[in-house]
Design a protein around this ligand. Structure first.
Ligand SMILES: C[S@@+](CC[C@H](N)C(=O)[O-])C[C@H]1O[C@@H](n2cnc3c(N)ncnc32)[C@H](O)[C@@H]1O
Length: 282
């Protein structure tokens, strides 16, 4: 006879299994996966701790738990991620959006005075920055570019699902190469990890596409290239906003000054890392 298991027992045994396999936040991961399989909100599990789970509920959970323990990111297993209060599809076609980038979006929102601003998102990935800004500024004209066809396909699916396909124009481009016109704001979260640091990354990060994570040997090459290109696509007084890697701020702040940007400043992320650069041109 197989032993029946309650919701609470399954959460406890999955948490222990995740701990053994070095999954960060083991209990939270267990709750997310069980809620996903049961079609419930995570918080609703707390009302059902004593409920006995059926084999048809447990079988798909076992599969997901195994994959998570092997290092597949939670967001890929769930298929979606929350970002700035919106739900985005999330899979291996683009980088999993990070909490720091939500901060970036909040900073950009607070800088935008004109709701009809023209905004360019460079390296849009799953489209989270462009679409979160589109949700806040429905009248803004937003263009989002990426070099990856896969990322652009995912971003477009996200735009359609969020009913914002008319608000953002997606374009394939290496940085600003295929971009026309001028913008009030250019925002970019480009790859900023050095290829030499590959061995320091978690197994989860290695599920992100390489093109989304790595620049070249320094890490800041693409950001530098954008700093050089952006003045030609910024309206006079327009703003460049960049998310950057740990330890890159000093050199990049100097580069912005050398390239004649003005009103240059930086901001830190939640963990105190100087992560965001702001500068105006013209
Ligand atoms: C760090 S991910 C950021 C994705 C998304 N903006 C976010 O914040 O979650 C960087 C993105 O830049 C794109 N990318 C890489 N090289 C690029 C290039 N030369 N020109 C345009 N986009 C590029 C990658 O495909 C990837 O989608």
């Amino acid at each position: 006879m197989t032993k029946t298991k309650t919701v609470l027992e399954v959460l406890q045994s999955t948490t222990a299994y995740f701990k053994k396999h070095n999954v960060e936040n083991p209990r939270l991961n267990a709750e997310h996966l069980l809620a996903h399989v049961l079609g419930r909100k995570r918080i609703e599990l707390y009302l059902e701790f004593e409920r006995v789970l059926t084999e048809s509920e447990l079988a798909p959970l076992r599969e997901l738990v195994k994959r998570r323990a092997q290092g597949e990111p939670l967001q890929h297993l769930l298929g979606t991620v929350e970002f700035c209060g919106l739900t985005f599809l999330c899979d291996k076609r683009a980088m999993i959006p990070r909490p720091e980038t939500e901060q970036l979006v909040e900073f950009v929102k607070s800088e935008i005075r004109n709701p009809k601003s023209e905004i360019l998102d460079v390296g849009t990935g799953s489209g989270v920055i462009a679409l979160s800004l589109a949700a806040k500024f429905p009248e803004a004209q937003i263009v989002a570019v990426d070099i990856s066809d896969d990322a652009l396909a995912l971003a477009q699916e996200n735009a359609s699902r969020l009913d914002m396909a008319d608000q953002v124009r997606f374009l394939k481009s290496h940085l600003l190469e295929n971009v026309e016109g001028v913008f009030d704001v250019i925002v970019a979260n480009l790859p900023y990890v050095s290829t030499q640091d590959r061995h320091t990354l978690s197994r989860e990060v290695l599920h992100d596409p390489g093109v989304a994570v790595f620049a070249s040997t320094r890490g800041d090459e693409l950001v530098r290239e954008l700093i050089a290109q952006a003045p030609s696509r910024l309206r006079p007084g327009g703003m460049l906003v960049l998310e950057i890697g740990i330890g890159q701020s000093e050199a990049l702040l100097s580069t912005l000054a050398e390239k004649n940007y003005r009103d240059i400043y930086s901001k830190t992320d939640y963990s105190g890392v100087t992560r965001f650069l702001f500068a105006r041109y013209g």
